[in-house]
Design a protein around this ligand. Structure first.
Ligand SMILES: C[S@@+](CC[C@H](N)C(=O)[O-])C[C@H]1O[C@@H](n2cnc3c(N)ncnc32)[C@H](O)[C@@H]1O
Length: 329
């Protein structure tokens, strides 16, 4: 009989406990309160992956909009502590969009880059999270991406590329340069590197695009939170930057998408959020994951591409006599 190694027997989603405070044997921690307070209870150098989407200072229901200077004054001490918590071979992923004031754009990742760089972290990728829908701007081009900064603490870091490869468009491509490999397949049977442009469902649930016939009325993961992570986005980072059994921490955890992604992949998940309503939903989602009732888009699901036959893809009759860009089919 095959001897079980340690990794085969870990399955944190089967563990019954959800701790409200951190202890060394915790596998899931969901803390309600301020991240500034909670972080003091975590072990320095003990976190393998920190991944979050912080408040963006855009006036969402859980934040008070302030000047960009004040916003970064509040964020800097948090970042200093997070850098201390990160393991030497660990990664930190910081996902942000833009702060916009009177149509002037302040790209938050540019400001954040220097805060992390000044703490000695090294940027490995500035990942573009592209999405197809969102608000329509009238005084500038409409924004259709946010960024995810992936930093490591040192040059010795975990990067499991094979765990996150995606199918290649042309797996049948062959080497054409003369040499030993001439005529052999040029790709990788495990798929290709997913690149630094990622496409996951995002604002679709806010813009009603899901009213397309044959599609679900809502994204399956949607809760009351106004800006939730898709679980699959976090999952890709968890798989690539950590190994089974390691610790993933979200300092602004919302409704627990990070914790769920960590548990799904047999890692330990820790989060904090100041809003009790969100942490209660996070606990519920963990329970649903454990009893098999949690709705989620499986990692690797393709983003829906309209066929052109949907009613919303058709040019409206009312435009027939107007100058328009479309050719009537
Ligand atoms: C952009 S949301 C994160 C959503 C999360 N990624 C998810 O999937 O649910 C930012 C979260 O930070 C929380 N927050 C803001 N300031 C905080 C603080 N000082 N301490 C703890 N949580 C805070 C907010 O309540 C909000 O839920």
């Amino acid at each position: 009989m095959k001897k079980k190694n340690k990794q085969d027997v870990i399955n944190y989603s089967h563990n019954e406990r959800i701790d409200e405070n951190y202890s060394i044997d915790s596998t899931v921690v969901i803390y309600t309160g301020r991240t500034e307070d909670f972080m003091t209870t975590l072990p320095e150098g003990g976190i393998n992956l920190i991944i979050t989407s912080p408040p963006y200072n855009v006036g969402k229901e859980y934040e008070v909009k302030t000047s960009i200077e004040k916003y970064f004054e509040q964020q800097e001490p948090i970042i200093n502590t997070l850098c201390k918590l990160l393991a030497d071979n660990g990664s930190l992923c910081w996902q942000v969009g833009n702060f916009v004031d009177k149509s002037e754009v302040f790209p938050l990742d540019m400001y954040y880059y220097y805060l992390f760089k000044n703490k000695g972290l090294k940027l490995r990728n500035r990942i573009i999270w592209h999405f197809g829908h969102g608000l329509h701007a009238s005084k500038r081009f409409s924004g259709r991406y946010e960024t995810l900064l992936w930093f490591t603490k040192s040059d010795n870091y975990t990067f499991n590329l094979d765990s996150v490869r995606v199918p290649s468009k042309y797996p049948g491509k062959r080497n054409w340069k003369s040499g030993d490999d001439y005529g052999k397949p040029s790709g990788n049977p495990m798929g290709k590197n997913p690149s630094d442009v990622w496409e996951f469902m995002h604002h679709e649930w806010e813009t009603g695009i899901w009213d397309i016939p044959n599609c679900k009325a809502n994204h399956p993961e949607k809760t009351i939170h106004p800006c939730q992570f898709p679980i699959e986005l976090v999952e890709r980072c968890v798989l690539a930057f950590t190994n089974k059994g390691e610790i993933v921490f979200d300092p602004f955890g919302g409704v627990g998408s990070t914790v769920v992604a960590a548990l799904k992949q047999d890692r330990k998940g820790i989060m904090v959020d100041k809003e009790n309503t969100y942490t209660e939903i996070a606990k519920e989602r963990v329970k649903q994951l454990r009893n098999g009732t949690l709705n989620f888009r499986p990692i690797g699901t393709e983003v829906y591409k309209p066929t052109g036959k949907e009613k919303v893809s058709q040019v409206p009759e009312e435009w027939n006599d107007l100058p328009m860009i479309y050719t009537k089919k």
